[in-house]
Write a new protein. Structure first.
Length: 232
């Protein structure tokens, strides 16, 4: 087990790590404990009652956070002609077709989101081994394979968060920064939790949202009461 630093140990002294707390109370405590010299990311993690190995128990999607993530998102777009112009006008950081594919094959990966028009997927498909493991492969279910590339770029830039349950049924994301107000973090977290609740797969049985916890990048983690997590 990794050793806890003195600052983290001190933070835990005044907190009950096992208590189930209302979301606003958790956010207040986490924000107060975020004392690093940089603007820490506020992270949320949810343990779901699913087995993602089964096709009917996968949880994947995207949600627009009301106040964004506080992170600058770099977007690469595969498109041609007027669609390429549309992507550039929307603020895409890199736009191309075969040239962009070759650039990525050469090792360039300086982007956080990849968008493509449907006609570009024959090219993008060649990058599956590169983009897939990094969760950068465009996917129509996530709205990143679309003829409306301008809208997709704007959503990414505005703070849309993609989520996907891991093998253990855990899904997590950053829902803001320590510099956000408590209200902004609560609203962002609520939007994410509600999106996960709405994405409940048909094959999920029993309790769907088992555990919810939040923390800052360098701070202590606290548990959110699942019974109150999805209330507006």
């Amino acid at each position: 087990m990794a050793k806890q630093g003195k600052r983290l140990k001190d933070a835990y002294k005044s907190l009950d790590r096992d208590a189930l707390l209302d979301l606003p109370e958790v956010v207040k405590s986490i924000k107060a404990a975020a004392s690093a010299k940089f603007d820490e990311t506020i992270e949320i993690s949810m343990n779901l009652g699913i087995d993602p190995r089964h096709a009917d128990q996968q949880v994947r999607g995207a949600v627009a956070l009301p106040h964004g993530t506080g992170k600058s998102v770099r977007v690469a777009v595969f498109a041609r002609n007027e669609k390429a112009d549309e992507a550039r006008a929307a603020g895409a950081d890199e736009v191309g077709a075969e040239d962009l594919m070759e650039k990525i094959q050469g090792g360039w990966l300086e982007f956080d989101r990849c968008v493509a028009t449907p006609d570009m997927m024959a090219i993008v498909g060649r990058l599956g081994k590169v983009l897939g493991p990094r969760n950068l492969m465009p996917n129509p279910k996530l709205g990143t394979v679309t003829p409306n590339v301008g809208e997709a770029v704007k959503k990414a830039k505005a703070g849309e968060v993609q989520f996907r349950a891991e093998k253990a049924g855990i899904v997590h994301a950053g829902v803001g920064k320590a510099s956000f107000t408590e209200e902004q973090i609560v609203e962002n977290a609520r939007a994410f939790i509600n999106a996960i609740a709405a994405a409940r797969p048909a094959g999920a049985k029993g309790t769907y949202i088992k555990r919810v916890s939040m923390s800052s990048t360098m701070g202590p983690g606290l548990k959110v009461d699942p019974a109150t997590a999805t209330t507006a």
